[in-house]
Ligand binder design. Structure first.
Ligand code: 5AD
Ligand code: SF4
Length: 433
């Protein structure tokens, strides 16, 4: 009987791809098959996120539950960003943990498995050319890393300390991976990196000069590849060349994530984001002027140290001007090893909660307006998921989720759908072809 692997993945899309890599390595080299039930697993992995404090504190209670209820000889490994930043402290606090594997050491998964109590968290370890074994959680869409690490020094962010300095993956490897995924049936690729549009800044070996726009052009030459998505671009690197390629290349999906973080130029400066409110609005204006159907999503942090009522008003002002289709909003959470953890001008927690509520309420207002306006329109939808309630769902080019009544023949196909009703996160429609 095969050995069973249970893996829980927290955090971002990079972490999801890291989990796919670990599943593939463990399957090919050690014969593991995945299970959804940790009680029957021989190996339990938690792929952690450390970007905010809450998930980190939850880790130890979760580990306790795993330890109590797991099979007697099952191993437990802690991977990902919290593994990178807490290191052997994890084994000190939870001595039953068998190994700790940092976010930049994923390729060592089959080594640590056989080294009791090993802690591999070197953030200078270079995995940019490692040939991971193959595994994709969806046959329709391929997540592909284009860089590892992050070179920015945003004062609130722990990621440069958990994922190390930024290294781009060679262009030929990315194009080869995309072509192979397409051969295996995927029609969409999703490019991943902390700052994708800083691609090409540094390679670990010799490499010709390239940037993200070159990479997008090269990928769009692949026959059979129909959609390209990516996350996250950085507003600072959104030059005209990039925005023009985004707008005019028909294979690039018209959905842009633009992490604003704050609408106040003063707070942006304190965060060391490298752009102002005006620059952000200017980039949005340029984008919308040549790509009117684009949908824009964002990340916002409220109550960063020193954020005044006026600063917060600037964030609301940008919200009203841009009308983001989707926002991911958070209260500032001080993180170890960051510059901002030492800032003393903290915002009162009640004020922070009020601001988050106000921001989210404003967003809800215009999100309903945006989604309701889709009724009666026809979109090309790429179907990717079979739901249990007789619906099949997929996404439009500009990232709306759409479902229609149907069955698995629709999976992996593009179909025109006319929208008949709208709810906040899902449009429902009928096939028109
Ligand atoms: N506190 C709150 N939110 C944070 N993020 C990153 N660091 C912090 C922090 N210390 C948010 C940012 C980032 C997203 C992934 O998480 O908005 O874009
Ligand atoms: Fe992803 Fe950042 Fe969380 Fe690491 S800390 S998993 S890079 S969101």
């Amino acid at each position: 009987m095969s050995k069973k692997l249970f893996i829980e993945t927290l955090g971002c899309a990079m972490n999801s791809r890291d989990s796919e890599h670990m599943i593939a390595e463990l399957h090919e080299k050690e014969g593991y098959e995945t299970t959804d039930d940790f009680k029957e697993a021989d190996l339990i992995l938690i792929n952690t996120c450390s970007v905010r404090e809450k998930p980190v504190s939850k880790l130890f209670s979760e580990l306790g539950v795993f330890n109590k209820k797991k099979k007697a000889d099952a191993k437990i490994g802690v991977c990902g960003c919290t593994a990178s930043h807490l290191g052997d402290e994890i084994i000190k606090r939870a001595p039953y943990v068998d190994f700790v594997l940092g976010a930049r050491n994923v390729s060592k998964i089959t080594d640590v498995l056989h080294k009791p109590k090993s802690v591999e968290i070197d953030i200078n370890y270079d995995e940019s050319e490692f040939a991971f074994k193959d595994f994709r959680s969806s046959p329709y869409k391929a997540y592909i890393n284009i860089s590892i690490g992050c070179d920015k020094s945003c004062t609130y962010c722990i990621v440069p300390k958990t994922r190390g300095e930024e290294v781009s993956i060679p262009l030929d490897l990315i194009v080869g991976e995309a072509a192979k995924a397409v051969q295996n049936g995927a029609k969409e690729v999703f490019l991943l990196g902390q700052n994708v549009n800083n691609y090409g800044r540094r390679f670990s070996g010799e490499h010709k000069r390239v940037n993200f726009t070159h990479l997008l052009k090269k990928l769009s030459e692949i026959d059979g590849l129909e959609r390209i998505r990516f996350t996250s671009p950085h507003p600072f690197h959104m030059d005209d060349e990039f925005i023009e390629e985004f707008a005019t290349n028909p294979k690039i999906c018209k959905s842009m994530h633009m992490p604003l973080q704050s609408g106040s130029t003063k707070v942006l400066k304190d965060m060391k984001r490298g752009y102002s409110k005006e620059w952000f609005l200017n980039r949005v204006e340029k984008l919308k002027s040549i790509c009117p159907d684009v949908s824009i999503s964002t990340d916002i942090i409220v109550a960063f140290p020193g954020e005044s009522d006026e600063d917060f008003e600037d964030t609301l002002d940008v919200m009203r001007k841009v009308k983001f289709e989707q926002i991911f909003s958070f209260k500032y959470s001080p993180r170890p090893e960051t510059e901002a953890q030492h800032y003393t001008n903290v915002v009162d927690p009640d004020v922070a909660s009020q601001r988050l509520t106000q921001l989210q309420a404003l967003h809800t207002e215009f999100v309903d307006e945006i989604t309701n306006a889709q009724e009666g329109k026809t979109f090309k939808v790429y179907f990717e998921e079979l739901n249990s309630d007789g619906y099949v769902s997929g996404r439009t080019d500009n990232n709306f989720s759409v479902r229609v009544k149907g069955s698995e023949e629709l999976l992996g196909t593009f179909r025109d759908v006319k929208i008949t009703s709208c709810a906040r996160t899902m449009l429902t429609g009928e096939l028109v072809d």
